[in-house]
Design a protein around this ligand. Structure first.
Ligand SMILES: Nc1ncnc2c1ncn2[C@@H]1O[C@H](COP(=O)(O)OP(=O)(O)OP(=O)(O)O)[C@@H](O)[C@H]1O
Ligand SMILES: [Mg+2]
Length: 270
């Protein structure tokens, strides 16, 4: 059973800081193995950057962790609880502690920003409208959107504002961990950098754990404490950016030490 600190009665303090633990998880879609005995841990308060080639299975892993896709084998523990063993009530409590920004998870176009942020609140909480409006407004402000954006429809917002609104929705229930799938893709470099700063600020102020799938080298260099690389259907390499820069794994080497990466590294260290 999880407590507020994510500790388990079985494993005690040793596991207390591991928010998510994926062990030997295998996922196949129509007989095609996408993930093969993949293991990964994320610690509380960490910003994990999850990278890998397009089509490698990053979104599949995310959907599997969230319980939206079945796995063939392996164990997923969230806040110390094995999700396969969790009762319905436990699963609900876990779900309420997760926030998600899907890769193609645009906002509901027929709803305003405020109404979009309220979607998880309506799903999980039974609150009076006035309180929900106030809470949703706080989230809108938290992600740096101007108050008048709350009453706009997604079609009236810029790409950067849509990402912020989607982040506000992911934060609607004050989650302990947020899963962000390519949150800065499609943004210009300045908007992307601002989004990264926001994520770091939220982690620092809200004691948030962040699992971020990204292709963005700037993000990996500036915002992530830890990087995991998906390749050959499992986590091929993991560690700090410095570990990535030292890796001799060919994909990792060309990704982190290619021409563009070197420029970024120099800039980051200047
Ligand atoms: N619903 C699905 N049905 C069939 N195949 C799927 C499905 N979802 C994903 N796949 C396949 O699983 C593999 C991994 O896809 P996934 O979307 O996880 O890649 P990704 O690493 O997130 O890529 P990208 O960086 O482009 O987002 C791909 O070969 C994809 O075609
Ligand atoms: Mg993806």
């Amino acid at each position: 059973m999880a407590n507020g600190n994510g500790a388990t009665t079985e494993e005690g303090a040793v596991d207390s800081e591991i928010v998510l633990s994926v062990r030997d998880v295998t996922v196949a879609i129509e007989d095609k193995v996408i993930l093969d005995k993949l293991s990964l841990d994320i610690e509380r308060g960490e910003i994990l950057g999850f990278v890998g080639a397009s089509g490698a299975g990053k979104s599949v892993l995310l959907r599997t962790i969230l319980g939206l896709m079945p796995k063939q084998s392996g164990t997923i523990r969230l806040f110390g609880v094995d999700v396969d063993q969790a009762s319905e009530a436990e699963r609900l409590r876990i779900d309420m502690r997760l926030g998600v920004l899907f890769q193609h998870g645009a906002l509901f176009s027929a709803l305003t920003v405020l109404e979009n942020v309220q979607v998880p609140m309506r799903e999980y909480l039974d609150l009076p409208k006035k309180l929900m409006d106030e809470l949703a407004m706080l989230k809108v402000e938290l992600v740096g959107l101007p108050p008048d954006a709350a009453h706009k429809f997604p079609s009236e917002l810029s790409g950067g504002m849509i990402k912020r609104a989607a982040l506000a929705r992911a934060l609607a229930l004050d989650p302990d961990i947020v899963f962000l799938d390519e949150p800065t893709s499609g943004l210009d470099p300045i908007s992307a950098a601002e989004f990264d700063e926001l994520v770091v600020k939220l982690r620092d102020t809200m004691d948030l754990t962040v699992y971020m799938v990204t292709h963005d080298l700037d993000t990996l260099f500036t915002a992530c404490d830890h990087v995991a690389v998906l390749g050959k259907k499992r986590v091929l390499v993991e560690g700090t950016i410095d570990d990535m820069l030292k890796s001799e794994e060919p994909w990792v080497k060309s990704y982190f030490r290619g021409k563009r990466a070197r420029q970024l590294d120099l800039a980051a260290r200047a």
